[in-house]
Design a protein around this ligand. Structure first.
Ligand code: HEC
Length: 319
């Protein structure tokens, strides 16, 4: 037992030393021991000193004990033995009380007269632990009866339904405030001024090198006309910005750079430029985009898997 405490003290001290080193030295992400290898040496010295102290305390006790006179020694031993005997005495007494068992020697007193073909019965008291449990269950039954049958407390099912309803409301609330959750399938066109101006800032910071500041097009296509290589509408534009254009064309994926809500803002800003006239517009590229949800009258409409497209004749062949 004493040994165990010594070991625990040494481990505790070691832990404290490590904690102090990590807490007081500002080494950012990395461990203090990584930044200052000398700490290992200091820690080793601390541990060695701690072991030395424990060992000398133990041997000092032995020396003191040996220096006692014989009768003092005896007294000391007695005191230790008494302490040992008193250990857990409360638990032992309580355990006995809870069982309330007649000791073997006194069983004669409670043996019943009747003899069942050689089998005799003892008339023990009910064990108090059992009896108290029984009384407690009766009291509990009254409390239960009152709560659920007289005062109509909520049952488990009702509690469950209420918690589910609360959780659903919390999810809705979270979704309302977490614009970062949008993706190409759920994104909606944003029209609020602050979203459009945030999108404008993102556009001017990242996109104008290729699309020009008025989105008239340069290396990248004109974004103000109705013709789209990769599809128009908020969902396609979001997808293009998030995932990038066709391989090797120069339009990279922005999803590592921009957060989903930023992509939604810049996509909405791009679409807000529809129909504006840039200073030096690039000629239309791609296909005329018609919103598949809008009513269409054109006869050139072709239904495809992605929606509805209108095919534009190549101007060369018309001549
Ligand atoms: C390095 C040049 C470059 C940068 C920077 C760039 N783009 Fe592009 N972008 C392109 C090219 C090239 C294409 C055509 C891709 C293709 O043909 O697949 C394109 C295509 C697009 C399209 C689809 C156009 C269509 O016709 O379908 C959108 C929308 C777009 N870019 C928006 C942006 C936004 C928003 C940014 C800034 C976050 C941006 N681009 C940054 C070069 C760029």
């Amino acid at each position: 037992m004493k040994r165990l405490f010594s070991v625990l003290r040494i481990l505790g001290l070691t832990g404290l030393a490590v904690f102090l080193a990590e807490a007081t030295l500002d080494t950012g992400e990395s461990s203090a021991f990584e930044s200052y290898p000398i700490l290992w040496l200091i820690l080793a010295v601390v541990v060695i000193i701690a072991i030395a102290i424990e060992v000398s305390i133990a041997s000092l006790e032995k020396v003191l004990y040996n220096s006692l006179k014989p009768d003092a020694k005896l007294k000391y031993d007695e005191a230790i033995a008494k302490k040992q005997a008193e250990k857990y005495s409360w638990w032992k007494k309580t355990y006995k009380k809870l069982l309330d068992k007649k000791p073997l020697e006194k069983e004669e007193e409670i043996i019943l007269d009747h003899n069942y073909d050689g089998i005799r019965e003892l008339d023990n008291n009910l064990p108090p632990w059992w009896l108290y449990g029984f009384y407690a269950s009766i009291i509990f039954a009254f409390v239960y009866l009152a709560k659920y049958h007289i005062f109509d407390g909520a049952t488990q099912k009702e509690e469950y339904l209420q918690e589910v309803a609360e959780a659903k409301a919390a999810v809705e609330e979270y979704k309302k405030n977490a614009k970062g959750l949008v993706d190409a399938n759920t994104v909606e066109l944003l029209t609020a001024d602050e979203d459009i101006s945030a999108g404008k800032n993102t556009f001017e910071a990242n996109c104008i090198a290729c699309h020009k500041v008025d989105a008239g097009g340069g290396i990248g296509p004109n974004l103000t006309d109705d013709y789209w290589i990769l599809g128009g509408g908020i969902k396609n534009v979001f997808h293009t910005i998030s995932e990038g254009g066709r391989p090797g064309k120069g339009m990279v994926s922005w999803k590592t750079e921009l957060k989903p809500d930023q992509i939604a803002q810049v996509a909405s800003y791009v679409l807000s430029l529809q129909g504006t006239t840039p200073a030096d517009p690039k000629e239309p590229q791609g296909e005329l985009w018609v919103d598949p949800d809008a009513p269409v009258e054109s006869t050139e409409v072709e239904k495809t898997e992605e929606g509805v497209k209108v095919i534009i004749e190549d101007s060369q062949t018309e001549k």
